[in-house]
Write a protein that binds this ligand. Sequence first.
Ligand SMILES: O=C(O)CCC(=O)C(=O)O
Ligand SMILES: [Fe+2]
Length: 330
Amino acid sequence: MVTKSPNWRPESTFSWSTASRTVVELRDHLLENAGLTGLEVLDPTEIERAVTIFRRDGFVVVKDVVPGEQLAQLQEGVMDAVREIVGVDADRTGNRGSHRYSFGGSSKTRSMMHRPEWQMLLELPFVEQIVSAIFESPDYMLRSGSGDFCLPGAVEYQPLHTDMGDWRSTDETPFSAFKDTRGFLTTRDLPCPYVCLNFLPFDQHVLNGPTRQIPGSQHSRAPIPSLEEEPEWMRLSTVTPAPAGSVQIRDVRAWHGGTPNLSDDVRAIPNLEFYAPWFREPVIPGISRADYEKLSEHGKRVARSCVADSNEELEVGFEVRPFKRRFPRK
Ligand SMILES: O=C(O)CCC(=O)C(=O)O
Ligand SMILES: [Fe+2]
C-alpha cells in the first residue's frame, strides 16, 4: 500500500495555531492564484515531447515514473533521511534557509548515493530513456544523488537561483569549472550541460512548498531578480499540481527556487544529477565500491565517476551546517 502523504511530522518549533495573519493570507492567495498556467504532466511514453518541452522551458514534468512498490520504498527511505537530518538540527535552522534542507548538503559525503532508495532511482528504466534522449547519447555521467526538502514552517521564499554557474574561486566553491578565457561564452550559452531529475515521493501542490520555475530562463544572461525585485507572477510559477511518482526534470540553469510550505507535511524532492557526455566539473565519491558492484551494468557505467576506491571507507552520516552560497548566482 502506498501512503499518500508523509506519516511523520517533525516535532514542531512552529505551530500553525499561532500562524500569523500574513501566513493565512498567503495561503488563500496561493490557493487562489498559484500554479504554472498550462503545466503539462506527460506520460512516460512521451519521451520526444518531453525533450521538446524540456528544451523550450528548461524543465518538464513526467508522471508515473516511480511505480507502486518502489514509490513506497522511496517514501519510507526519504522520510528516514528527513528524520535523521532534522534530528541533528534541533532549531530547524536548515542549510537552505530556516526549515529548508539539501539532502546532499546535509550528508557527510555530500551525496545520498549510499542510500538504497537513491540507488533504486538510478536503475529506473525511464531515467536512462530520458537522460540519453536529452543528451542524444548514452555516455552521460552521474554527478550526484541529492535533492531538497522543506518542513512545515518553511514560510519564506527561497530566492530565485540557478544550480550551476561559471568558474568561481575555490574559496567560494570547489565545484565550478567552466571558464572561457576569451570572455565570449558563459555556461548560459551552451547546450544543456547538466540535468537534474527531482522525483516526487508525495503529491506536490500549491501549499506544500513546491518548486517555482521560470520557463525559458535557462539561456538568459539577465540578472536574476532578488526576492525584493521578483515579480509576483514568478512567485506563483509553481510546478503544481503534480502527483506522487512524477519526476520534475530540470536544466539546472533555469531560474528556480523553493516556496513556502504552508501544509502540515514534509515535502521532499530527492534527485539524481547528470552531466552531458561533453561536460564535467569536480565530482566527489558518493557510493562505496561494494554498493557500486551491486548496480546493473547501466548503473555502473553511469556512476563510474562517483565510486569510492575499494580501500576507501565512505564516512556516512549527517551534519547541518549553514549554507554559504551567495544568492543569486550570476
Ligand atoms: O526546494 C525546492 O523546490 C528547490 C530547492 C533548490 O532549488 C535548491 O536548494 O537549490
Ligand atoms: Fe536549486
